[in-house]
Design a binder for this molecule. Structure first.
Ligand SMILES: [Fe+2]
Length: 348
């Protein structure tokens, strides 16, 4: 169902206010051919109404001829900013970049952030943005969980379907996504609501058994029958099962890159307003699946790059897999039990 411009203008005003946009600041809206026109027009109007100077920078798409999918997260690493010094100068001179294109996983994104510029990514369709406008409560919940994760040396994930995964932690930073950018040099994604980190290199062992209803991204499908992933020394070494396993194997083999099979970010969903069921209501090209990544109590793990965390694994293949009904423990203390947030975790 569509939303009105007035609702979107109000949503942007709330997000930009939470992001501490101030009168006289420079905002650059980064766009591509896939940018939603209502998201663009209301973002620019709201930023202008708050007193900012607003620019728009449209960049041509890249990697379409290499990717098997139209999903913007299906082929990562290089962006239209690669080698584009003129565009980089404009973005680094901005106080805030509103990314309606999708810069994720690029070294250029790091360079822009290091200049103190904030980046807020927003590519879900307007009605999803409007439904999941972030709040201070979202920030508090994510930061509380992040405190627990930062203090942990191990993560253990289990499920009744047979998942039994051990990850050593501590070498990489945390990803704290709550949906707005309230500090210089901060990146975030509206909508979101989860916490994650990357396991120490080569120190994830065990197996992950995807159950019926778990989600494969960027395929944007619900798994229909169990898929077993064997994990040895930080890499998935076998993917077994039925049709879902065959589809995942074929897709990943197309990249021809052993680094695609590394365990990437691991964490759990914290957004009670994001719903597991939403992916079943959308055409696959109309969403990137943020409800799936953020629904409260999921275990979200990823395969592929760790450049986002400052690591050296730069592979274009990026798979996110949100799972239901897992239990997640940090140093032996549960933060998620059978797919539900443990109460102490929320209120600590
Ligand atoms: Fe991911």
């Amino acid at each position: 169902m569509s939303v009105s411009d007035a609702v979107m203008f109000d949503a942007w005003t709330r997000v930009l206010t939470l992001s501490r946009l101030e009168r006289g600041q420079m905002v650059t809206v980064l766009t591509s051919v896939d940018t939603h026109p209502q998201t663009l027009s209301t973002a620019m109007a709201a930023a202008r109404a708050l007193g900012a100077t607003v620019n728009r920078l449209e960049l041509p798409p890249v990697n379409g001829e290499r990717s098997l999918s139209r999903d913007p997260l299906a082929y990562v690493g290089t962006t239209p900013l690669t080698g584009n010094h003129a565009a980089m100068a404009a973005l680094k001179a901005s106080d805030l970049v509103i990314d309606l294109m999708l810069l994720l996983f690029s070294p250029e994104q790091h360079e822009i952030l290091q200049s103190g510029t904030k980046i807020l990514l927003a590519v879900e369709p307007p009605e999803i943005l409007a439904r999941l406008v972030p709040s201070e409560e979202d920030r508090a919940r994510v930061l509380t969980a992040a405190g627990r994760l930062r203090a942990a040396g191990t993560m253990h994930v289990t499920s009744t379907s047979g998942t039994d995964l051990h990850c050593a932690l501590g070498d990489y930073p945390l990803l704290k996504e709550y949906g707005f950018v309230d500090e210089p040099g901060r990146w975030d994604h509206w909508p979101s609501g989860f916490v994650a980190t990357w396991p120490n290199e080569g120190q994830t062992e065990g197996r992950i058994v995807l159950d019926r209803g778990d989600i494969l991204l960027p395929m944007k499908t619900y798994v229909q029958e169990p898929v077993e992933l064997v994990v040895e020394r930080g890499y998935v070494t076998r993917i077994d099962g039925g049709l879902d396993a065959d589809l995942l194997n074929d897709y990943m083999q197309a990249f021809g890159d052993p680094e695609s099979y590394a365990i990437s970010h691991i964490g759990w969903g914290l957004q009670p307003r994001a719903r597991w069921s939403v992916l079943g209501l959308y055409d696959r090209e109309r969403t990137i699946g943020m409800d799936a990544r953020a629904f409260a109590g999921n275990f979200l793990f990823s395969l592929g790059p760790n450049t986002e965390a400052g690591g050296g694994r730069d592979t274009p293949c990026h798979i996110d897999i949100p799972m239901r009904r897992c239990s997640v423990s940090l140093d032996g203390v549960e933060v998620v039990r059978n797919g539900a947030l443990v109460e102490e975790e929320v209120t600590a």
